[in-house]
Ligand binder design. Structure first.
Ligand SMILES: NC(=O)C1=CN([C@@H]2O[C@H](COP(=O)(O)OP(=O)(O)OC[C@H]3O[C@@H](n4cnc5c(N)ncnc54)[C@H](OP(=O)(O)O)[C@@H]3O)[C@@H](O)[C@H]2O)C=CC1
Ligand SMILES: CC(C)(CO)C(=O)C(=O)O
Length: 296
């Protein structure tokens, strides 16, 4: 294998476009695979824009090779529909880097990737898809990966790009820290409001109570997180621009299926496994599920 692996990217939406643009800027453009045959990808950032030339392939039959590294940036709700792509892109030598929220990427992807190694990641940056399909990058791109041998391929691929990559020896704790942030962001869907809503005292109190519940479950799952984490997350929402959304709110507002199960349902499910009461999840989760799937 040459220094840089052959790279494909599945799901050129908000996060996928950001990673594709970071790779394209340094001459390592990935093969783009998606649902819609966009002619190009456009990333807008603070200093300008990056245009990643297409094509975005929309038929897995067009592929004639497997790849060393596959970034997966479809929503977790879209993994089942992406099965033929995953089968065409991966073999046992592939590293699949999941650019997805949640703590269950490995178990969701592993059955579909022909024996490839699945590497979860924590995606820290917000990116927003605009109505013209361009993407607005709203912070510096940054990923955390578990410190395991397969991560080397991702570190090399993203070296000297605008996307920083950190390795963590305690990925479980980092992933649950991010999950807590995502779980509480789900309240934005129920209020149909962006981050500014956390400046309300009643929402701050609800968020802290919900985060306390999530933290108990996270610790039961092995995450080592301090008592301050709930306040730190709420402080982060207080500091955020009032118009900052979250990907699950964007999906709700576009009437698309929601990642409610991997962001919120997971706390309730794991709470049940450990015998931990989850009274706030028991209200939040059915409302998000019904918002996603109806009926009505
Ligand atoms: N956006 C954000 O700020 C953040 C998102 N995340 C997580 O990253 C993951 C990706 O989110 P995000 O980038 O926002 O998602 P988007 O909805 O913006 O992008 C999903 C992409 O996948 C494509 N796609 C959908 N179905 C298929 C399919 N069957 N085959 C091939 N391609 C398909 C979509 O195509 P089409 O163009 O047709 O819609 C789109 O390009 C999620 O797990 C999310 O929770 C994590 C941190 C921040
Ligand atoms: C914006 C961010 C990073 C935190 O809520 C996110 O994970 C999302 O939008 O899904």
């Amino acid at each position: 294998m040459s220094d840089f692996p052959t790279i494909a990217l599945l799901g050129p939406g908000a996060i996928g476009t950001t990673i594709a643009a970071a790779l394209h800027e340094v001459g390592r453009a990935p093969v783009l695979c998606g649902r819609t045959a966009h002619p190009q990808l456009i990333l807008r950032h603070d200093e300008g824009e990056i245009v990643v030339p297409g094509p975005v392939l929309s038929d897995p039959a067009a592929l004639s090779q497997r790849f060393d590294l596959v970034f997966v940036a479809v929503k977790t709700t879209q993994v089942a529909d992406s099965a033929s792509w995953l089968a065409a892109l991966c073999d046992e030598n592939t590293v699949v880097c999941a650019l997805q929220n949640g703590v269950e990427q490995k178990s969701q992807l592993e059955p579909r990737v022909n024996g490839a190694s699945v590497l979860p990641s924590v995606v820290w940056f917000p990116a927003q898809r605009e109505p013209d399909a361009s993407v607005w990058l709203r912070a510096k791109p940054r990923l955390t990966l578990p410190d395991e041998p397969q991560a080397k391929r991702v570190v090399e691929a993203l070296s000297n790009t605008r996307c920083a990559v950190e390795l963590s020896a305690d990925f479980t704790s980092i992933a649950w820290r991010k999950l807590l942030q995502n779980a509480v962001a789900g309240l934005m869907v129920l209020a149909n409001r962006r981050a500014g809503m956390f400046s309300r005292g009643d929402i701050t109190a609800l968020a802290l109570a919900y985060l306390g519940e999530c933290l108990t479950v996270a610790r039961a799952e092995g995450a080592v997180l301090s008592d301050n984490v709930a306040q730190d997350i709420v402080d982060g929402f207080h500091r955020a621009p009032a118009d900052l959304g979250t990907s699950i709110l964007a999906d709700r507002q576009a009437n698309r299926p929601l990642e409610w199960d991997i962001r919120n349902g997971v706390v309730q499910r794991y709470g049940r496994t450990h015998g931990i009461p989850t009274p706030i999840s028991d209200v939040v989760v059915p409302l998000l599920a019904a918002g996603s799937e109806g009926p009505g």
